[in-house]
Write a protein that binds this ligand. Structure first.
Ligand SMILES: C[S@@+](CC[C@H](N)C(=O)[O-])C[C@H]1O[C@@H](n2cnc3c(N)ncnc32)[C@H](O)[C@@H]1O
Length: 372
């Protein structure tokens, strides 16, 4: 992917580049309200004390790097508040952020997010299908990490590709616990000695799901703690633009080399299943106006326990209850709400047909190309 710049009023946006330096300073230098999504995998502040060994006495390659060390919780909190403020400034009004962490830091990050005005949408448990065992047997196996997904503010119209996630999950609504293996095998980047190039390289599958769920092709995704560039690699494959920030030169090199090998998927494969909510609204009255259903015609509940009559103004009457298809359905079922489109059927030649079929016909007409 060639590097490019998107020019905004004040400054150009350095797209598809890895920026060197401290992410707080770098983010402050970028134009505000310019980024669609931020994915952040900050230092976890693991506070490891001494080496950790396996039962065979081999040393565990734990995260004890200098970039993960903070003198106190207070200094970690200060750092968190500063990078979150710089990140929030960069987000477009409808932008969102994902932050991943473990029990060491995620609760502190969660509080800071809320204090800064972000609006938490979900927390996702990434359940590791192949976690590292607890070698000492003194605590539970730490088999998950937590991701917090938050919009810039409560009113943000954030991107959520609900249908695409459902499709990824074989037609079942995606839940907030994701079972994904940790990064191993051919995906794990190695240095010239065959050791891990980075201690906390994240699996591409995790980023794939995050990006399919909460971005669209062409969106700008920023990662302030770029490491080996997992965010950039997945963004490139999926036709999103990225901006990476990383302080350590060694990691920047690994990431740049990795990105040079990544190819974008075919553009036609990047379209995802659309959200039903984005489909044009069709009032039930239109079905009546257009003669698809006639005033006086009877509709039947899907469970065949209730019926109601269509009225000329597009409302229903059944059992002395009048109102919209949703209101009458809810009243007859004694339920707080009801989706009338999937609840009501009409009859043709003795067969029950959901009224939603008629709505889909109207929508299909709306999408047909018109002759010039
Ligand atoms: C948890 S790792 C991210 C790993 C990355 N997600 C991956 O898949 O490779 C955090 C990274 O942030 C970098 N880092 C830490 N503090 C930083 C700062 N203030 N500015 C920029 N980078 C920083 C570290 O060097 C480290 O590579």
């Amino acid at each position: 992917m060639a590097t490019k710049t998107k020019t905004t009023e004040a400054t150009a946006l350095p797209l598809n580049q890895i920026l060197a330096g401290d992410c707080i300073e770098v983010m402050r230098s970028l134009p505000e309200c310019s980024v669609d999504l931020i994915f952040a995998d900050p230092p976890y502040n693991l506070q490891l004390r001494g080496d950790l060994h396996r039962p065979d006495n081999s040393r565990v390659d734990a995260v004890d790097d200098h970039w993960d060390q903070f003198s106190s919780f207070a200094s970690y909190d200060q750092f968190t508040r500063e990078w979150l403020a710089a990140a929030r400034r960069l987000l477009k009004p409808n932008g969102a952020i994902w932050v991943i962490g473990s029990y060491h830091n995620i609760f502190r990050v969660g509080a800071a997010l809320q204090d800064q005005g972000f609006w938490i949408l979900n927390d996702v448990v990434w359940r590791k299908s192949n976690p590292m065992p607890n070698f000492k047997g003194k605590r539970l196996t730490n088999a998950h990490e937590t991701l917090i997904w938050a919009s810039k503010q409560e009113a943000s119209k954030y991107t959520f590709n609900y249908e695409a996630l459902k499709a990824l999950n074989e037609g079942v609504q995606m839940r907030s616990d994701w079972v994904i293996p940790i990064c191993t095998g051919h995906e794990r980047l190695k240095d010239e000695h065959g050791d891990k190039a980075h201690p906390t390289q994240k699996p591409e599958a995790l980023l794939h799901r995050v990006m399919v769920a909460t971005t669209n092709p062409g969106d700008v995704v920023l990662d302030p703690f770029f490491g080996t560039g997992t965010t950039g690699a997945v963004a490139k494959m999926l036709g999103r633009d990225f901006i990476g920030i990383e302080r350590e030169e060694g990691y920047r090199k690994v990431a740049a080399e990795r990105l040079s090998r990544v190819r974008r998927f075919d553009a036609s494969a990047l379209e995802v299943s659309g959200s039903k909510r984005a489909e044009p609204r069709v009032p039930f009255g239109q079905l009546v106006e257009r003669g698809m259903l006639r005033p006086g015609e009877e509709l039947y509940s899907m469970n065949n326990r209730h019926k109601a009559k269509v009225r000329a103004d597009g409302t229903l009457i059944g059992n002395d209850v009048k109102g919209s298809i949703h209101q009458v359905g809810a009243a007859l079922e004694g339920a707080p709400s009801c989706n009338g489109w999937t609840y009501w059927c009409y009859k043709r030649e003795g067969k029950m047909i959901p009224i939603d079929i008629l709505r889909q016909q109207i929508r299909a007409e709306m999408e047909e190309p018109r002759p010039n």
